[in-house]
Design a protein around this ligand. Structure first.
Ligand code: NAP
Ligand code: HSE
Length: 430
C-alpha cells in the first residue's frame, strides 16, 4: 500500500531559490521527514533549459520543459512555484489549483496582482495557496500576522522588505561603493530578482507591502496601487549629507490604516539613529508591526537569497503537507473583502529632506522660506556650507507637512530666479 504520508511534489523552477528548495527536500529530506512525520518526493522539475549548469544536480529524468507534465499529473499533490515573473507563473498556479493541487509560491508579483482570485480558486478546489516566502525571505511574517496577531487591530506596518536595495544602500553608505558596483554584487549573491528593475524601482517592495497590508487589514491591495519610488535617484552626496545630519537612507515600505483610509507607500527615507530600522543592514529585512494593544513588534532576519528563502518555502510545504494528509486543505483562506478606501498621495503626512541648488546671493534663502511659509510648510533644520562658488546646495529638513502642500511649495520654489534645481526630495521618518 502507498504511504499516505508521502507528499509527491512538482517543482516549477530550479534557479537561485529552486535549487535550495531541492536541496532542503532531498539531501536534507531525511532530517525534515523525521521532524515532520511526512516524506517528500520531488517527481518533476520544470525548467527552460535542462542542460544548463546549475547549483542543484537532480537526476536528468526529473526535468520537464512542459508545465502540463506537472500540472496534469494526478500523483502530484503539491506544486512549488519558484519561476518568477507574472506569466506563465500565474497561469501555472491557476491550473494547479483547478486540478486540486496545493501550491506554495515565493512570487510576490503574482500574489499582489492576481492573489485575490487565486485564493478564491484555492478555496473552491479545497487546495492551499501559501506564500510566506513572497515577503521578507526567511522571516516568518505572514503566518504571525494572520494567526499570532489575529486578536489585535493592526494600525501600521513599516519595514525594510527588499534585500537588494538595502544591500546596495549599505554598500554605498559604509563601503563607499557606487550604485552600479553594489547592484552587480547583489546580483552575484542571488539577492536580486530575475529582472532587478523590480528591486531598484521599488516595485518588489510595493508588491510586498501590498501583501502585508492585505493580510493585516483584510482588504486586498494590489502592488500597482502602492505609491512607490526607487533608489536610483539617491546620490552618494545625499547619503553623505544624511550621515552628517545623523541619518541613514533606507528604502522604507509603509502601510497605515486610519479613519480616513489606507495609505501605502514605498520610498527612500531618512532614518534617525533611535529608530529600530536604523541598524538593519545588507540583505537583512525588518518589519515593525504596530498593534493597538500589542504595541510594536519587530521581525528581523535575512530577506533575500536562496537559502533563507527556501526555509520559508519548506515551512509552507510542511503546513500544506499536513493539510493534505488530514484532508483539511483550502480551509484557511484569508478574508480580504474589508471595504477600505485608499488615501490620495496629496493627503499623506510626512517630514521631508530637500536639497536645493541655488545661486549664492542675498535674499535667496528668504525667498524660499517665504514660499514655504505661505504653503504652511516649516523647516526644522537648514544647512548651507561655507563656499565661494556661484552655485551652492542648501539642505532643508521640514517639520511634518501634507504632501500636497509640499508639492505646491516646490512647484513655486522651482520658479524662483535664484533656484537652479530641486536636486533631491526624500521623506524623513520620525
Ligand atoms: P531564478 O534564479 O531566475 O530562477 C528561475 C527558475 O525558473 C530557473 O530555473 C528557470 O529555468 C525557471 N523558469 C523561469 N521561467 C520559466 C519558464 N517560462 N518556463 C520554464 N522554466 C522557467 O529566480 P530566483 O531568484 O530563484 O527567484 C524565483 C522566485 O522566487 C521569484 O518569484 C522571486 O521573486 C522569488 N524570490 C526570490 C528570492 C531571492 O532572494 N532570489 C527571495 C524571495 C523570493 P532555467 O534555469 O532553465 O533558466
Ligand atoms: N529580490 C528580492 C529582494 C528577493 O532583494 O528582497 C526577496 O524577495
Amino acid at each position: 500500500m502507498k504511504d499516505k504520508r508521502e507528499i509527491v511534489i512538482g517543482l516549477l523552477g530550479l534557479g537561485t531559490v529552486g535549487s535550495q528548495v531541492y536541496h532542503a527536500l532531498t539531501e536534507k529530506g531525511d532530517a525534515l521527514s523525521e521532524k515532520t512525520g511526512f516524506t517528500y518526493r520531488i517527481k518533476r522539475i520544470l525548467v527552460r533549459n535542462p542542460d544548463k549548469a546549475r547549483q542543484a544536480k537532480p537526476p536528468r529524468e526529473l526535468f520537464v520543459t512542459q508545465a502540463n507534465e506537472i500540472l496534469e499529473d494526478p500523483e502530484i499533490k503539491l506544486v512549488i512555484e519558484v519561476l518568477g515573473g507574472l506569466q506563465p507563473a500565474a497561469a501555472h498556479i491557476e491550473k494547479a489549483l483547478e486540478h486540486g493541487k496545493s501550491v506554495v509560491t515565493a512570487n510576490k508579483g503574482v500574489m499582489a496582482t492576481h492573489g485575490e482570485k487565486l485564493l478564491m480558486l484555492a478555496s473552491k478546489h479545497n487546495a492551499d495557496l501559501f506564500f510566506e516566502a513572497s515577503v521578507a525571505g526567511a522571516i516568518p511574517i505572514l503566518r504571525p500576522l494572520q494567526e499570532s496577531m489575529a486578536t489585535d487591530r493592526i494600525l501600521q506596518i513599516v519595514g525594510i522588505v527588499n534585500g537588494t536595495t538595502n544591500f546596495i544602500l549599505s554598500q554605498m553608505t559604509h563601503e563607499g561603493k557606487t550604485y552600479e558596483e553594489a547592484l552587480k554584487e547583489a546580483q552575484k549573491l542571488g539577492y536580486a530578482e530575475p529582472d532587478p528593475t523590480f528591486d531598484v524601482t521599488g516595485m518588489d517592495a510595493a508588491y510586498k507591502i501590498a501583501i502585508l497590508a492585505s493580510l493585516a487589514f483584510g482588504h486586498y491591495a494590489k502592488g500597482e496601487e502602492v505609491l512607490h519610488e526607487g533608489i536610483q535617484g539617491i546620490s552618494s552626496l545625499d547619503i553623505l549629507h544624511a550621515k552628517e545630519l545623523g541619518y541613514r537612507i533606507k528604502l522604507i515600505a509603509k502601510a497605515q490604516c486610519e479613519k480616513d483610509g489606507l495609505s501605502l507607500l514605498v520610498a527612500p527615507t531618512l532614518i534617525p539613529p533611535n529608530h529600530p530600522l536604523y541598524n538593519v543592514e545588507g540583505p537583512y529585512n525588518a518589519i515593525l508591526v504596530r498593534g493597538e494593544r500589542l504595541g510594536d513588534i519587530m521581525f528581523y532576519g535575512q530577506g533575500a537569497g536562496g537559502v533563507p528563502t527556501s526555509t520559508a518555502i519548506v515551512s509552507d510545504v510542511v503546513h500544506a503537507a499536513k493539510n493534505i494528509v488530514l484532508g483539511t486543505s483550502g480551509k484557511s483562506i484569508p478574508k480580504l473583502d474589508n471595504p477600505i478606501s485608499l488615501r490620495s498621495p496629496e493627503s499623506l503626512l510626512s517630514r521631508f529632506y530637500l536639497r536645493i541648488q541655488v545661486e549664492d546671493r542675498p535674499g535667496t534663502l528668504a525667498s524660499i522660506a517665504q514660499v514655504f511659509a505661505e504653503e504652511e510648510a516649516s523647516f526644522s533644520a537648514v544647512l548651507q556650507r561655507e563656499n565661494t562658488a556661484r552655485l551652492t546646495d542648501i539642505l532643508f529638513l521640514t517639520h511634518t507637512v501634507r504632501e500636497g502642500s509640499l508639492q505646491r511649495a516646490l512647484l513655486r520654489v522651482r520658479k524662483l530666479p535664484s533656484v537652479k534645481e530641486i536636486s533631491a526630495i526624500f521623506r524623513v521618518e520620525s
